[in-house]
Ligand binder design. Structure first.
Ligand code: ZN
Length: 205
């Protein structure tokens, strides 16, 4: 992944931007949702205006998306506030939805935690389970699982798991011209690692 952001943080993100972004990415996987305005104010000691400005700037970088209905945080890559077909479960039992198959692989690197990824084959809906421990893919069911990666840095509805090469091929036959790359799970893990490294560099964590 080139960068998880639509443009580099060239002008230097402001301190409120960084602290809001850091707080959102830390709390989202723990809560399974974005923090509320009240939680953000209380924990960061910022006023509403500073938080709103920081969120707007973060949206311009595609670090997150604001919900047009509420003006508050919607998606915060890799995390989704609403149910998706990709769920990541921590050892603690806490769970969070991710935007796409590749986004699931950000999580062990962003959080430093072992995780289990639950998803389904995009073609046949067969259940898929992947354990990532010690930042390695350890257990996969079914073992033939692979990823179709749309190669988009964000907005990735066509980035999905498939239970086997035959089902990926069948889906591609049905949707000719769909851009992307087939990846092994180790390849997908590397994409997640690279994106998380970029995010952590921006955050200084
Ligand atoms: Zn399948």
């Amino acid at each position: 992944m080139e960068s998880p952001f639509s443009q580099p943080f060239a002008d230097g993100p402001t301190e409120p931007m960084l602290s809001v972004y850091r707080y959102v990415l830390e709390t989202f996987p723990m809560l399974g949702r974005a923090p509320t305005l009240a939680e953000t104010k209380r924990n960061l000691g910022l006023d509403e205006r500073a938080i709103a400005d920081a969120l707007k700037s973060l949206e311009e970088y595609d670090a997150l998306k604001l919900d047009p209905a509420t003006g508050w945080i919607g998606d915060a890559y890799p995390y989704s506030p609403s149910e998706t077909r990709h769920e990541v479960v921590f050892r603690s039992g806490k769970r969070v939805y991710c935007m796409c198959a590749i986004d699931c692989f950000y999580v062990p690197f962003l959080t430093g935690s072992d995780v289990t990824i639950y998803s389904t084959c995009h073609l046949c809906e067969r259940a898929i389970e992947i354990q990532v421990a010690g930042q390695k893919v350890l257990v996969v069911e079914p073992s033939s699982t692979l990823v179709w990666d749309s190669d988009a840095p964000y907005d990735c509805p066509t980035t999905n798991f498939f239970c086997c090469e035959a089902h990926l091929r069948e889906w591609r036959d049905r949707t000719p011209g769909e851009p992307g790359t087939a990846r092994s799970l180790d390849g997908a893990l590397e994409r997640g690692r690279a994106a998380a490294v970029q995010i952590r560099r921006v955050l200084g964590v």
